[in-house]
Structure formats: structure tokens, C-alpha cells
Design a protein around this ligand. Structure first.
Ligand code: ATP
Length: 587
């Protein structure tokens, strides 16, 4: 068991003990009351942190989900007299549905527009709560919502605290799992670049909607607990201040950090209590604090504490690990790549015109041509990031033209990017592991993560072996930004190898590298070829191309002007004209 896991388990045990003992330790019932508010507010903030911090989607409408959970349980309990367990379940289901619906809208928007769309959702819920008086009671509210007292009214507040804080502990464990598992890595990949996430096989829309809905459920659960704590719900409780408060807590704690919401919520409640008498200046004070945090400690309190506590720890045990068996590069299944009559028009620009080529398994084919010839477009169309205007793409005889990028990736069509695509927030090892399929089912994975016994051990070993293969073993626990450019290129290649490609598309793999580094990459490409992997490489470095390519296609203004063996291409008058033409223009 690693020191990290031990610390985490001790933390959970200490939290459980504190939850049990706090009602009897608290000097007066107000602290239990504060503990209740803390518990359900932190649950909502955890949901927001997962959405914003991990997947990068903004929501200014979380107060709306909170309100839906709250009203669902309150209305069903007061009008139909359902038991709390059932009303709570219905509340969760309703927020899940609302989260799925808003998540689908969110798919069509990004950044500022997403913020506006979710803000509109929050306003719609708020206005409905105010105006649909017959259902919600409007500002007069719904009264006599049953409270959680397990039949013993005197112990009610204590029981409620145990329920809310117990649920908070479970939510925190769930959040820790998300942050520490493959799911977290995938969400970070989506946050960093959706195009990249697709090429490692992720169904980005499904992930985005799913995480939006999950985050909404956290807010809904908080709303449900609020209803049963206060016993009274009025539409005044769900204005924009609620969402802003949750956002402030998430940002102060530190977005993208699993423990951030616990700290951020404590600060938020502390502030709320401190400035309770300055009610009219509330928004101004909140706004100033938010600004100060964003300017001075954008990484939030958890990030600040980490910075103060010292640099990232290095896992020396792994880095100096004794020799592990050398990694055997494997192709998922040798497949040929056939492209027939591929055309791509951007508005007014014909980037590719009926380009065809075919590469047998274990062959390296280079696609070369002057700047703007259409090489990157070709890779993007073959990988599935762009739709072709005409033509077909066959992978091992299977027509994949209509498949999305993530579906092609799952069939073994793997690519690297000209502009490196690495996840900044996690180390090199995790970047390589992003290319791998999960080996354990979700239950085993959660159990292994919880106990720290062999969680992702197979994946880690394999990723370390791949890193050693590309010469990056000692850098496994560095962040990509701390690596030299040439090393970052190797990380991307290592991640592509981890995907076990059948066909590998390399977009300018040696651009910006010195001859020695280019030689190292050439050596790896040869090993990929020996393993039966089909390689298509786009590159300007002719020494590199001539050293590794079995065959070459030359593009010029979107047309294939020559194709054949390297020696023939070098002597082809049309090719020389295309390149000389470019040099003449440049001169
Ligand atoms: N998203 C886009 N929208 C409109 N035009 C584009 C787009 N991407 C590329 N083009 C145009 O398509 C043509 C081919 O560009 P592409 O980037 O594929 O060429 P390239 O051979 O990869 O060039 P380089 O070697 O400089 O990377 C160029 O005229 C370019 O301006």
C-alpha cells in the first residue's frame, strides 16, 4: 500500500470518526446546524468541481439543479405524502434528467456561450419557482416538509447531520476516485482538447453529457438535503447568488483538485457567517474575494498549500526500478490502409482533390509536399476529425469513412499531432496510460483504488516499459511542461504506442528536433514497422523521410503529383518543380 493510499484511508477513517463524534463534541447545537449546511453545500461544490475542474465545462446554472432536487422532494413529500427515501430518489432522478437535457444543450456550446446557456437555465428554474405558485408556493414557499428525525424528534438535528455528512464522505470518496483513476485522466483530456480526446478513443459527446448529468445529481442531492433540513422552501433560496456562492467555494478551494471543495466550502461558510450583518454588501465582498483569489492564487487554497509544502514528490522507487522486461511493440491486428479518391473542400479552398494511396501492413509510407499542400488535412480526414467531401477510407478492408474519430481509434487507427497534445495537469506516465484500454471492470477498479492494492498496476508497468523503450524512463513522473521539446514528442509517440495501433499516422514527428533526436524517432518507427504496424508519416525533413519510407506520395496544392519508391521520387521532375517552385517563391 502506497503512502498516498494510507494517508487517504486514514483521512476517511478520521472523517468518519469526526462525523460520529461531532454532535457530542460541539459546544452548542449551532455547530451541528453549521455542520449540516457545510455537508450539503460541499456536496454541490464537489459536483461543480468535477464539472469545471476536471472536464472544463462551465455552469452558471447549478442553482437550478439544486432547486429541482429540492422542489421534487418537497412537493412529493408534502402533497403526496411519500416517504423521504422515495421523494429523495425521485428528486435525484429528476435532476439526472435535467442534467442530461442541459448537458445535451451544452454540447453545442463552449466557454462563454455555455456559461450563458446554463445561466439562462438557472433563471428559467428560478422564474418557474417564483411564478408557478400552485406547485411551488412561490415566495411564500412550501411548509411542513418532513425532516429527517428517524422518529426521535429530539435527536433530529444529530441524525440529519450524520446522514448529510455521511453522504458528503461518500461523495468525497467518489470524487477522489474520479480524480485518481482513468476516468479523471479522460476528463482532463477532454478539457485539454476534444480533438485529441477523440483520437484516443473517447466518445466526447457521451462523456460531456454524462459528466454534466453526474454533476447535476450532486447539486440535486444538496437541494434535497436542504429541503429536509430547513422544512421550508421558498423560491427566494434559488437566485443567482446560490450558484455564485457554489462557484466561489469551488474556485477558492482550487478547481480540479479533489480536496478543494472541502476547503472552499469551509471558507465560503466562514465568510457568510462573518459578513451576515453586512448583508447589503454581500455580492461586492464575494466578488472582491473571487477576484483576489483568481489573481493571487489561481490554483486555489489546496494548490497554494501544495506549493508551500514543496515541489511535487518524485516516486524514486519507480524511476530507479530494476530492469523490467523490454516492451514488445504490438499491433492490435495488422491492417492495411486504403484511401480512395479523397477530396476535402473548405469554404472556397480545395485542400485535397481525389487523392488515393494504399499502405500494406508493416510498411512505412511518407506523405510529403510543400507548405499548404494538404498533408495535415489528409491526416485529419483519415483520422476522422474532418469529414471528407468525397472518397473512401478503408481500414483492413472495412469502410470507416462514416465512423467518428473515436470509433476509428478503437479500431486501431491512431495518430500523433503536429502541435503536441499532452495533458498538462498529469505526469508523463499518466499521459502514456491515457492511450490504454481499462483492464479491470469498474467494480474491481474501484476496489483496487480504494485499498491501493494493484490499482492499474498492469497499465503502469506497461506504460513504464514503453517509456523505457523510447528512452524516457527517468521522466515518468515529470509533468510534460518540464520536459524538453524533443522529449515531449517522444511522450506523444509513447502514448500512441500504448494505444496498440494497427495503423499509425505520424504528423511531423521530427519537426523541431535535432538530427540525433530525429534518428531516435527513426529507430522507433523502424521497430513499429517490424511489429507489423502500418505507418503513414507526414514530414518535411527529407533525410528522415528517405531513411524510413518504403514508398512516398507527393502532394502539391491538394493533388497527388507523384507516388512511388524514394529513389524515383527524388528524381521525379514534377516533384522537383513543386519544391523548387516553393523555394523560388520563398526567395
Ligand atoms: N480549417 C481550415 N479551413 C480553411 N482552410 C484550411 C483549413 N485547414 C487548412 N486549410 C487550407 O487547406 C490547404 C491545405 O492545408 P494543410 O494544413 O492541410 O497543408 P499542409 O500540407 O499540412 O501544410 P504544412 O506543411 O504547412 O502543415 C491550405 O491552403 C490551408 O490554408
Amino acid at each position: 500500500m502506497s503512502a498516498d493510499t494510507r494517508l487517504r484511508l486514514v483521512g476517511y477513517a478520521a472523517a468518519a470518526l469526526l462525523i460520529v463524534l461531532l454532535p457530542s463534541l460541539a459546544p452548542n447545537p449551532f455547530y451541528v446546524h453549521l455542520g449540516q449546511i457545510y455537508a450539503y453545500t460541499a456536496i454541490a461544490v464537489i459536483g461543480l468541481n468535477i464539472l469545471l475542474g476536471l472536464s472544463g465545462q462551465m455552469s452558471l446554472g447549478h442553482g437550478g439543479f439544486y432547486a429541482i432536487g429540492c422542489y421534487a422532494t418537497a412537493i412529493l413529500a408534502t402533497t403526496l405524502g411519500w416517504p423521504i427515501g422515495l421523494t429523495a430518489l425521485a428528486g435525484l432522478l429528476l435532476t439526472l434528467l435535467a442534467g442530461l437535457a442541459v448537458g445535451m444543450v451544452a454540447l453545442r456550446t463552449r466557454g462563454l456561450y455555455l456559461a450563458m446557456a446554463t445561466l439562462a437555465f438557472g433563471f428559467i428554474v428560478e422564474i418557474l419557482a417564483q411564478r408557478w405558485v400552485g406547485l411551488t408556493g412561490g415566495t411564500m414557499g412550501l411548509m411542513a416538509i418532513p425532516q429527517i428525525d428517524f422518529g426521535n424528534f429530539a435527536m433530529g438535528p444529530t441524525y440529519f447531520f450524520w446522514v448529510a455528512a455521511g453522504l458528503l464522505l461518500l461523495c468525497q470518496i467518489g470524487s477522489d476516485y474520479l480524480f485518481g483513476s482513468a476516468t479523471g485522466r479522460r476528463l482532463r483530456a477532454i478539457k485539454e482538447s476534444e480533438a485529441f480526446a477523440q483520437t484516443v478513443g473517447l466518445n466526447v459527446p457521451a462523456w460531456r453529457i454524462g459528466i454534466f448529468a453526474a454533476s447535476a445529481v450532486f447539486a440535486g442531492l444538496a437541494g434535497i438535503l436542504f429541503a429536509h433540513q430547513s422544512g421550508f422552501v421558498s423560491s427566494d433560496a434559488f437566485n443567482i447568488r446560490l450558484t455564485i456562492g457554489l462557484l466561489i467555494a469551488a474556485v477558492i478551494g482550487g478547481l480540479g483538485n479533489s480536496w478543494g471543495p472541502l476547503l472552499g466550502t469551509a471558507v465560503l461558510l466562514g465568510l457568510t457567517e462573518t459578513i451576515a450583518s453586512l448583508h447589503q454588501y454581500g455580492p461586492m465582498i464575494y466578488g472582491s474575494i473571487l477576484l483576489a483569489v483568481l489573481l493571487l492564487v489561481p490554483e486555489g487554497l489546496v494548490g497554494l498549500f501544495r506549493r508551500l509544502a514543496g515541489k511535487r514528490r518524485q516516486d524514486a522507487a519507480v524511476e530507479t526500478a530494476p530492469a523490467r522486461p523490454a516492451y514488445e511493440i504490438e499491433s492490435a491486428q495488422p491492417r492495411d490502409l486504403v484511401v480512395e479518391g479523397l477530396s476535402k473542400n473548405y469554404a472556397g479552398v480545395s485542400a485535397l482533390t481525389t487523392v488515393s494511396l494504399s499502405i500494406a501492413p508493416g510498411q512505412v509510407h511518407a506523405l510529403i509536399g510543400p507548405n499548404g499542400a494538404g498533408k495535415s488535412t489528409f491526416i485529419n480526414v483519415v483520422a476522422g476529425l474532418y469529414r471528407p467531401s468525397a472518397g473512401r477510407i478503408l481500414l483492413g478492408g472495412e469502410d470507416v469513412t462514416a465512423l467518428a474519430a473515436h470509433q476509428r481509434a478503437r479500431l486501431g487507427l491512431v495518430r500523433t499531432f503536429q502541435n503536441l497534445q499532452l495533458i498538462g495537469g498529469v505526469d508523463v506516465l499518466a499521459n502514456v496510460m491515457l492511450g490504454m484500454r481499462a483492464r479491470d471492470g469498474i467494480v474491481t477498479d474501484v476496489a483496487r483504488w480504494f485499498t491501493g492494492r494493484g490499482h492499474e498496476a498492469g497499465e503502469r508497468e506497461e506504460a513504464l516499459a514503453i517509456l523505457e523503450l523510447v528512452g524516457l524512463g527517468p521522466y515518468a513522473h515529470h509533468l510534460p511542461k518540464d520536459l524538453a521539446y524533443g522529449h515531449r514528442k517522444l511522450v506523444e509517440l509513447a502514448r500512441a504506442i500504448a494505444q496498440r495501433p494497427s495503423v499509425l499516422l505520424l504528423d511531423e514527428p521530427v519537426a523541431g528536433l535535432n538530427p540525433l533526436e530525429a534518428q531516435a524517432i527513426a529507430g522507433i518507427v523502424r521497430r513499429l514497422k517490424e511489429a507489423g504496424i502500418t505507418v503513414l508519416v507526414v514530414e518535411h525533413n527529407m533525410d528522415f523521410v528517405m531513411g524510413i519510407a518504403d514508398t512516398i506520395t507527393v502532394l502539391d496544392f491538394g493533388h497527388a503529383i507523384a507516388a512511388g519508391l524514394p529513389a524515383a521520387i527524388q528524381a521525379d521532375p514534377a516533384v522537383l518543380r513543386a519544391y523548387l517552385g516553393q523555394e523560388t517563391q520563398a526567395a
